[in-house]
Write a protein that binds this ligand. Sequence first.
Ligand code: ZN
Length: 327
Amino acid sequence: MRSDRIGGRKNLKFGIDIGHNAPPDIGAVGIKREDDLTKAVGTQVIEKLQKLGYDAIDCTPRWAASILDSLKKRVQIANAREVDIFVSIHFNTLNGRASGAEIFTTSSAGGKIAKPILREIVTLGYYNRGIKNGSHLYVIKNTIMPAILIECCFIDSPQDMNLYSTEAMANAIVKGLTGVNPKNGIAGEGSDANEIASVNSEILALQKALNRLQIRDRHRKVLVEDGISNPETRSAIARFHAIAGLPSLSAGGAATWKAIEEIFERPILRPSHATGKAVRYLQFRVRSAIDGVFGPNTAMAVKRYQQTHRLTVDGIVGSQTWSKLIG
Ligand SMILES: [Zn+2]
């Protein structure tokens, strides 16, 4: 029974990100230290997943030059290793009185993964703080697969810390992820991780990228991040192709990604120097005519944009302006 059920899922690959633990990226300190607990829980989650026959990749960097570098490295590992589901493990702090568990995500696929995990943690006795929008979180925004960030409980809450056990927390996360209780290997009611991983990850990655680029669908709506190739998603891809100057017939695929990457590289764009897809995208965002050449009209539109967004008005698109454009 057990080997049948698990055997069929062995190809599923989890990326486990142990929060912080990469100086200068260090966690919060309360009654206990976040670094210690994320390390303990994350290590157990990886071991338990592997024991159940899953691929579990540790996405935690050993060192980092800065906090941003630490976050970038986690994303790079997950994207390069092509994990199916990204799980970042953290512990919360606030004011010593707040307590409970919460999970951040953005995509609807992420929501499906988060729900059973939160239910398992709440079953342990923690307060349910809900599933929250994690679009501000670097590792969620920049990973290309469904991604969640778990705030297991509060390290500065006496109530949570009395209740806390590493083993129980790790079991709850693994059971929520796989539907299998690692304590006894018996399948219960949990997420069908395989079903979630079977969403077309290429389409989901495109939906996430297009939303980040603020390319809307034919109804000018934000795309639903569900990994399903529907008319809305296709209309947004077509719109992106028009902006980037790609042939309208090459739907999706390598050319689309190459153009997206050119923009995500956030090259410094200067008037009379820059051309290409990043300039075309810039022109779309600052509402200048899209011709791919950074001339005087584009420079004026950039200055208007900088003024509106309270940036230094110099007509040069550097890291400050790019962070307003695509975060
Ligand atoms: Zn944290």
